[in-house]
Design a binder for this molecule. Structure first.
Ligand code: ATP
Ligand code: MG
Length: 157
C-alpha cells in the first residue's frame, strides 16, 4: 500500500504522545515535503510500536525521544533516539535476536519477552530494509531502520 510516510509516522507518534507517562517529550525532525513509500502498514506500525515502547521503557523521567526521517536516493531512514540507559557494545547486535534481553536487573523488572526487536527485524527485512542500533551507555540509544524508496517515483505523484 502506498502511503504518505510522514503522515503515517506522525499518526503513530501521536497515539503514543496521548498516552505517554514519565513526562517524556517527543521531538520530530521530518522533511517539509511529502515522502511516499510502499509498505505493509500493519507491519511497519508494529515495528514503530516496538521501537517506541522500548524508547519509553528505557528512558528516564523527563527524557526526550527524538524522531528523525532522512531521505536518501534509494531508501528512507527512520531514527528513534532516546536518552535512556543505553546498550553495552557487546550487546548492540544481539538485541535483535529472539529472547535476547540485556541481563541487568533492569530488563527483568521491566517485563517483556525479548521478542519485540526480533519481530521488528523480520518485518523490516521482509520490506527489503535494514535495522540496527547505535548507543552510548548511560547516554542513550538510537534505533535506525531503512525502507526502500525511489526518489524518481516522486514525479508520478
Ligand atoms: P518485548 O519487546 O518482547 O516486550 P523487550 O522490550 O525486552 O520485550 P526487545 O524489544 O526485543 O525486547 O528488546 C531486547 C532488549 O534490548 C531489551 O530487553 C533491552 O535490554 C534492550 N533494549 C531495547 N531497546 C532499548 C533501548 N531503547 N534502550 C536500552 N535498551 C534497549
Ligand atoms: Mg520491546
Amino acid at each position: 500500500e502506498w502511503v504518505h510516510f510522514i503522515e503515517f509516522v506522525n499518526r503513530i507518534i501521536d497515539r503514543f504522545e496521548m498516552t505517554k507517562e514519565k513526562g517524556i517529550t517527543f521531538v520530530r525532525r521530518f522533511p517539509k515535503y511529502p515522502v511516499y513509500v510502499e509498505i505493509d502498514t500493519d507491519k511497519i506500525t508494529q515495528v514503530m510500536d516496538n521501537i517506541i515502547s522500548n524508547a519509553l521503557k528505557y528512558s528516564p523521567n523527563g527524557g526526550q525521544v527524538t524522531f528523525k526521517l532522512i531521505v536518501y536516493h534509494e531508501c528512507v531512514e527512520v531514527r528513534v533516539s532516546d536518552q535512556g540507559v543505553g546498550i553495552p557494545k557487546e550487546s548492540i547486535n544481539r538485541i535483535f535476536d529472539r529472547f535476547y534481553r540485556i541481563d541487568k536487573a533492569r530488563s527483568r523488572q521491566m517485563g517483556g519477552t525479548g521478542l519485540g526487536l526480533a519481530i521488528a527485524k523480520e518485518m523490516v527485512q521482509a520490506h527489503g530494509g535494514k535495522i540496527w542500533a547505535t548507543s552510548i551507555e548511560g547516554k542513550g540509544t538510537t534505533i535506525h531502520f531503512t525502507l526502500p524508496y525511489d526518489r524518481e517515483q516522486e514525479d508520478d505523484f
